[in-house]
Design a protein around this ligand. Structure first.
Ligand code: NAD
Length: 320
């Protein structure tokens, strides 16, 4: 029997799936402190990982550990160099983690483009008739707007369909995806990021956080953008430099941002983005839909089961 550590709470459907399989026992770990992970993790053959950081110090104690199944696709909370050196497998949720984030990008774009809370508050406060006197400078149609999607993986490929449904022009910057693939989805491949930034009304980021993408968008890039441009980041904090973003918004270099992810999570209450009126916020919740969380939980656990039953699909295995 394999012993599985469920690091951090996940939807009950995944737990039930594990419970129904006699080859596995499990324990749920909700204390994510380093001290607790150092003492608890050595007893497991495999773990699922939502929040919680697995660094070298923790991993080197885990002599039995063969597999880590991320509840999600990003793995910047795992020391992958250590996994590689020690022949440990890292799995991600390939099927369940893109629909809700792509919808969340649309939720943010539509919120920003369609007046956010202004109209709602007006009606609720008995100011219905005042709408006609509002100067409508910041509400837009999506028709013919240029969206630049940076990162054309699972999320990017879901997002493009939604944008085309709104009759937007879709530009894609992803040096690792061939032009034919992008055009088969109805997008236009951009070879030089700067060319895309100059014409984008909306920039949406769906890239992993790594050495190449850290501080990918700084003031330098934002200066190239239109003053009315908006940026949506549902990928990872740190891909946009937060200080630069705050400055660009305050100095009206760009118009607005939708931010789901932060350099430090949870962000400090003193983080100026939290108070900036030109930012729409969500708490790393792009996957937080009933369906999204159920599917992620089930896929994460199924990945662990498939790994030990030697039938894990290649596409779920991270090439370390
Ligand atoms: N906010 C959330 O809850 C949430 C949910 C899911 C995913 N994410 C984040 O979104 C990221 C993307 O998810 P995905 O499933 O689409 O990943 P993916 O691996 O399927 O796609 C990432 C794409 O980015 C491209 N890319 C890598 N480096 C690039 C670069 N320098 N410039 C341009 N493109 C580059 C890759 O070629 C790939 O096509 C994840 O890594 C994760 O960090 C966040």
């Amino acid at each position: 029997m394999y012993k599985i550590g469920i690091i951090d709470t996940i939807d009950h459907k995944g737990i039930e799936l594990l419970k129904s399989n006699n080859n596995f026992s499990y324990e749920i770990i909700t204390d994510l402190s380093k001290e607790n992970l150092l003492t608890k993790l050595p007893e497991f053959d495999g773990v699922t990982l939502r929040r919680g950081k697995l660094d070298e110090e923790i991993l080197k104690n885990c002599k039995k550990l063969k597999v880590i199944a991320r509840h999600g696709v990003g793995y910047d909370n795992v020391d992958i160099a250590f996994l590689k050196k020690n022949d440990m497998t890292l799995l991600v949720t390939h099927n369940s983690t893109s629909t809700s984030p792509a919808e969340h990008v649309m939720f943010m774009i539509l919120n920003i483009y369609k007046g956010r809370e202004t109209f709602h508050t007006m009606v609720r406060d008995g100011n219905f008739h005042k709408a006609i006197h509002l100067k409508i400078d910041d509400n837009f149609e999506l028709l013919n707007k240029n969206i630049l999607i940076v990162g054309f993986g699972r999320i990017g490929k879901k997002l493009i369909k939604k944008c085309l449904g709104f009759d937007m022009n879709v530009l894609v910057y992803d040096p690792y995806v061939e032009e034919e693939i992008i055009s088969s989805f109805g997008g236009k491949k951009i070879l030089d990021l700067e060319d895309g930034l100059k014409v984008a009304d909306i920039l949406s980021l769906s890239v992993p956080l790594n050495k190449e993408t850290k501080n990918f968008i700084t003031l330098k890039q934002m200066f190239l953008m239109k003053k009315k441009a908006i940026i949506i980041n549902i990928s990872r904090g740190g891909i946009i430099n937060e200080d630069d973003l705050n400055k660009a918004l305050n100095d009206k270099i760009i118009a607005f941002a939708g931010i789901d992810v932060f350099e430090k999570e949870p962000p400090e209450l003193s983080n100026p983005l939290l108070k900036n009126k030109r930012v729409l916020l969500s708490p790393h919740a792009a996957t937080f839909t009933k369906e999204g969380l159920e599917k992620m939980s089930m896929e994460t656990v199924q990945n662990i089961i498939d790994f030990f039953e030697n039938k894990i699909e290649e596409v779920k295995i991270v090439k370390l």
